[in-house]
Design a binder for this molecule. Structure first.
Ligand SMILES: [Zn+2]
Length: 340
């Protein structure tokens, strides 16, 4: 029996799964996101829809009998040293003019050299635990909001990531989630560098509209999205810790794209929930354990700018803990391959 048929038997869970409350005139924040604080679904740490699926006999399998999966992901919002050393909050608070000026001077200085990136360090850490991951790269044009680097300057790094068996996906810009033309232009720009189809997606700032963004991504030719999570709270936005095909309540039809729901973003723990690294680890472990019980997939978003100090230690704790549990730690693309 299909996932949708099982969930439809439980009207309350079907409402949570389909995000019925997000349709129509639901309140949206300054980035056009539906925040958890407006949701009637008050148990974000419990994957209720997935638990129900498992009770009804749903049991996904992973390579080599691994008990559950971890989708490791990185959004690349900045790659220059000035951005990394000052942290993303500072970067994003710079006025556009100041940022453009700073970027121009950095690019002038390093015009023939690779920008400072910590991709290799991240990959080496993951390799140590037999893990792979996805890197979502911005492919914006000069003048676009948050154009902090040019994707063409990363050609060497992007080739290195892909050749090593990690994934390069698109990090859609501020308009991409609601503007199909911007979305397609960014996808083409990135594919001009990768030389192969880009199948994975996450939008910058987790900007997302149910169900429109899924429809746009499907039409643009993406195979999966992993934006769908709350910016202001970690956990299971629609009660799911399994990848799923979204259902459009307006058309009454399934949308042809796989959603690998986002469970934990570093900035959500730190900036929105105001947790220190110790508290953040407690919540994270709870969500990992819940995912393990459902044989699910937990998606972790760690920015390259969070790979230092106690937040780097927390990231390593996550992958060490999941390695000890025998989890399959891999990219979104590999998880999408399995779902086909
Ligand atoms: Zn971003």
């Amino acid at each position: 029996m299909q996932m949708h048929d099982i969930l439809q038997q439980n009207p309350e869970l079907w409402g949570i799964f389909t995000c019925a409350e997000e349709y129509g005139t639901a309140f949206r924040d300054g980035y056009d996101r539906f925040p958890h604080y407006m949701s009637n679904h008050r148990e974000p740490f419990e994957p209720r829809a997935s638990q129900y699926l498992v009770e009804q006999g749903y049991h996904p399998e992973y390579p080599d009998g691994q008990p559950f999966a971890v989708c490791l992901t990185h959004d690349i919002d900045g790659v220059y040293r000035f951005a990394l050393s000052k942290g993303y909050a500072t970067l994003s608070s710079l006025k556009n003019g100041a940022l453009a000026g700073a970027l121009a001077s950095v690019r002038q200085l390093r015009s023939k050299k690779l920008p400072f990136c910590n991709f290799r360090e991240i990959m080496a850490l993951e390799e140590k635990y037999d893990a792979r991951s996805s890197f979502y790269i911005l492919a914006l044009a000069p003048g676009d909001k948050d154009y902090t680097y040019d994707v063409r300057d990363l050609e060497g790094e992007i080739g290195m990531i892909a050749d090593a068996g990690w994934e390069v996906g698109l990090h859609g810009g501020h308009r991409a989630y609601c503007d199909p033309q911007a979305l397609v232009a960014e996808k083409r720009r990135l594919e001009g560098v990768t030389g192969r189809p880009v199948v994975g997606y996450r939008n910058h700032f987790l900007r997302f509209r149910v169900p429109e963004t899924w429809e746009h991504l499907s039409h643009a030719g993406f195979r999966y999205d992993t934006t769908f999570g709350y910016a202001d709270c970690v956990g299971f936005r629609n009660g799911m810790c399994h990848p799923f095909k979204p259902y459009d309540l307006r058309t009454g039809r399934e949308i042809d794209i796989l959603e690998i729901p986002l469970t934990i973003m570093d900035g959500t723990l730190d900036q929105y929930m105001r947790l220190d690294a110790g508290k953040a680890w407690e919540v994270t472990r709870r969500l990992i354990d819940a995912t393990e019980r459902c044989h699910g997939v937990i998606t972790i978003l760690w920015h390259n700018t969070y790979m230092e100090g106690e937040w780097l230690k927390l990231y390593e704790n996550i992958i060490r803990y999941c390695r000890e549990k025998g989890a399959w730690m891999t990219s979104g693309e590999n998880i999408a391959d399995l779902a086909d």
